[in-house]
Design a protein around this ligand. Structure first.
Ligand code: MN
Length: 498
């Protein structure tokens, strides 16, 4: 289901006609060589498309408006080869609405000491052009990403690749539709928010549906369909019967199989990419969607529990941003549960009552059927597992009343030192950076939620850039964080984003 359009990025070179046609011919050759090399590198997640050199106000304005309306164009990469008088760019930039990267690079890596003359200097003056272009961008107060360095440098290419994913996240956000089967859990504050403002800022369409509109889709799944999917589960996952009768166990699993098929049909028919449920509002559903939701999450749907549409949408956007990363370890919905405060082994046990995304599982998940400690339904079948280890980021989008804030915490996921045989859920255990004490204090001061959208595969820089693109505040908690510095950042953010 996680089908992403074959997005492209336009490569637009800035120049002017002061130095004649021969110079412009070289500019075009150099641009073509860079684009060919970038595409051939295999290091970029999306194709770069060469556009004609931009030397007139009219062509610049037309190119940016064409980029706005091309559904496959996810952003523009600009390169100032020579000196491009930047008043020419003002109208085009002001009308442009997609992400933009100013690739501050130069065709040659080294100054040609033996042969350099004034013609070479005039033709290759990116250092000059970068400043003129950057000045106008700052002057018109438009968001952009600046990446500096030689275009063949692996670090520069990795940064460009990361920015492309951020840009796709910004574009996909505008096409994200969230289906809410239930309102927010009663009396819970942090999962609430202004859905109108979310559509203004992020483009999210957040719709409520009575859960009993879903029930006929689940009931319409035939016994044969549910049995076939259950057979597939039995091939894919281990079974932990916990002493239950195998046929009774299987009946519980088949309920989840029917839910998976029915929910997917509903979401496809109504064009939703993210889903929200609530254990306290299940209508005619026999079990809390657990294994069913876990499978849909792993397929690429965003998810939030207890009516949490903000985290569901973030989960979806981040899944798209991370799609196709080689060696990806997963992006998922997560919840803070229990601290381990033992010195030297500090961290937070992350989980949910059952809806934990197996995208982050290390090894083969197992199916268990155990009671929920909440609600009034049958024991749900769910997948249990422990996660990969390694660095990741946890994000929380909160509504502060007059604005949104995205909190991004860098964390290190670790194996827990003991087995937890009585815990029937998937788990992750992480230590926030710079350490549990400062990380938690900072998160609490920033107003972060217990629900997060977590990723092993994205960086805090990418998510902060995404927030910039959306025009909202980003608060990053990492190894450089101090509580005093963070509180000053929050105070400055309150002024800047008022
Ligand atoms: Mn929850």
């Amino acid at each position: 289901m996680l089908s992403i359009p074959k997005y492209q990025f336009w490569f637009c070179t800035g120049s002017q006609d002061l130095y004649g046609d021969e110079c412009l011919a070289h500019v075009a050759e150099h641009s073509a060589a860079i684009v060919t090399a970038l595409n051939a590198s295999g290091e970029l997640p999306y194709e770069v498309v060469l556009k004609p050199t931009l030397i007139t106000n009219e062509l610049i304005r037309k190119t940016f408006n064409d980029a706005n309306t091309d559904p496959l164009c996810a952003g523009v990469i600009t390169w100032m080869h020579t000196f491009s008088p930047a008043k020419s760019w003002i109208l085009g930039l002001r009308e442009y609405r997609k992400p933009l990267c100013h690739l501050a690079t130069q065709f040659n890596e080294e100054i040609p000491y033996d042969t350099i003359d004034m013609d070479f200097m005039n033709e290759n003056q990116s250092a000059h052009g970068d400043r003129e272009f950057g000045h106008v961008f700052t002057r018109v107060d438009k968001n952009r990403k600046v990446i500096f360095g030689h275009w063949a440098n692996p670090t520069v290419r990795a940064e460009l690749a990361g920015w492309m994913r951020t840009a796709v996240g910004a574009v996909v956000s505008q096409h994200t539709r969230v289906c809410r089967f239930a309102d927010n859990m009663r009396n819970v504050a942090v999962t609430e928010g202004d859905k109108v403002e979310a559509q203004v800022k992020f483009g999210w369409e957040v719709d409520a549906w009575p859960v009993n509109e879903l029930v006929p889709y689940v009931d319409a799944v035939t016994a044969a369909e549910a049995a076939a999917l259950t057979d597939e589960y039995y091939d894919l996952y281990d079974l932990v019967l916990d002493g239950r009768d195998p046929s009774e166990f299987r009946r519980h699993v088949e309920v989840q199989a029917a839910q998976e098929i029915g929910i997917r049909r509903f979401l496809e028919e109504h064009n939703y990419q993210a889903i929200v449920t609530h254990f306290g509002d299940l209508g005619g559903l026999k079990q809390l969607p657990s294994l069913s939701i876990q499978r849909l999450m792993a397929e690429g749907y965003g998810f939030g529990a207890e009516g949490d549409w903000k985290t569901a949408a973030m989960d979806r956007v981040m899944k798209v941003m991370a799609a196709g990363i080689p060696g990806a370890k997963g992006t998922c919905f997560m919840e803070d549960y229990t601290y381990n405060l033992v010195p030297g082994a500090e961290g937070i046990l992350e989980s949910h009552m059952s809806e934990v995304d197996p995208s982050v599982a290390a090894g083969k998940p197992a199916i268990r059927v155990t009671p929920l400690s909440m609600g009034d339904r049958e024991d749900p079948a769910r997948l249990i597992f422990t996660s990969h280890a390694g660095a990741g980021i946890a994000t929380s989008l909160v509504d502060l009343g007059e604005r949104f804030r995205l909190i991004i915490a860098e964390v290190d996921c670790k194996k827990v030192s003991h087995a937890m045989p009585n815990l029937p859920t998937g788990t992750v255990f992480w230590e926030p950076r710079p350490n549990l004490k400062v990380g938690v204090e900072a998160w609490i001061y920033a107003g972060g939620a217990h629900h997060t959208a977590f990723s092993f595969d994205l960086t805090s820089e990418q998510m902060a850039d995404w927030a910039d693109e959306m025009g909202i505040e980003a608060v990053v908690i990492d190894n450089n964080t101090t509580v005093r510095g963070l509180r000053r950042d929050l105070m400055l953010g309150a002024v800047a984003y008022r």
